[in-house]
Design a protein. Structure first.
Lengths: 111, 114
């Protein structure tokens, strides 16, 4: 079985551009979670989604960040008008119910 | 406030020795605790978990101990190997009605000296 897939693995954006990060959950998993990890730090919860629904976005910045998990296709984390402080590794995890499996992450660099 | 934190940011051990990684938590309402291993350039990988009603759980070469009295969690790795070099995170899991909310600590970097 394929694990959680994320792409791109590395993304470079200039300040003010948009970043789109994709996450394909494991087969049979309908729960998706996004986390952000700054260098030398732990993972910070951002948002939890089920198909077509945002369940918990308490960790998501109020502006510029959005997430979706459409009926068909991967989950998307979208960051508009990126700033240098958005540079981080963004991890997606999926679960069928409780145990979360993590993807390899997307490393975003804002120049 | 709520937090899950680690006592030591780095740990170096000789190959073959046992490793002990410690973690303190502040929220006694957590349902269970998880240890993750994160190798360089990869996502976290589940190692072992322990429910809040237990005080010890053993896996393959790993043991997790939970002391609820002092809100302390530890991960013991027996006969540490070079492949164990990674950052280890403890995390607390607060099971909500339909999903888990995982709160990660800052991590301990384990280096194994050959």
């Amino acid at each position: 079985n394929a694990g959680v897939m994320q792409n791109p693995r590395h993304l470079v954006r200039r300040r003010g551009q948009e970043a789109r990060l994709r996450c394909s959950p494991m087969k049979g998993h309908s729960h998706v979670y996004w986390y952000r990890q700054l260098p030398e730090e732990g993972l910070k919860f951002m948002v939890y989604l089920q198909k077509e629904n945002i369940i918990d976005e308490s960790g998501m910045p109020k502006e510029r960040f959005s997430a979706e998990f459409p009926k068909e296709g991967p989950s998307i984390l979208r960051i508009q008008q990126v700033v240098r402080g958005d540079s981080a590794a963004y991890f997606c995890a999926s679960s069928r119910q409780y145990e979360q499996y993590f993807g390899p992450g997307t490393r975003l660099t804002v120049t | 406030g709520e937090s899950v934190g680690l006592h030591l940011p780095t740990l170096s051990v000789q190959e073959g020795d046992n490793s002990i990684i410690n973690c303190a938590y502040s929220n006694s309402a957590s349902d269970y605790f998880i240890w993750y291993k994160q190798e360089s350039g990869k996502g976290p990988q589940f190692i072992i978990d322990i429910r809040s009603n237990m005080d010890k759980r053993q896996g393959q070469r790993v043991t997790v101990l939970l002391n609820k009295t002092v809100k302390h969690l530890s991960l013991q790795i027996a006969a540490t190997q070079p492949g164990d070099s990674a950052v280890y995170f403890c995390a607390e899991n607060r099971m909500k009605t339909s999903y888990d909310k995982v709160i990660f600590g800052p991590g301990t970097s384990l280096s194994v000296i050959p």
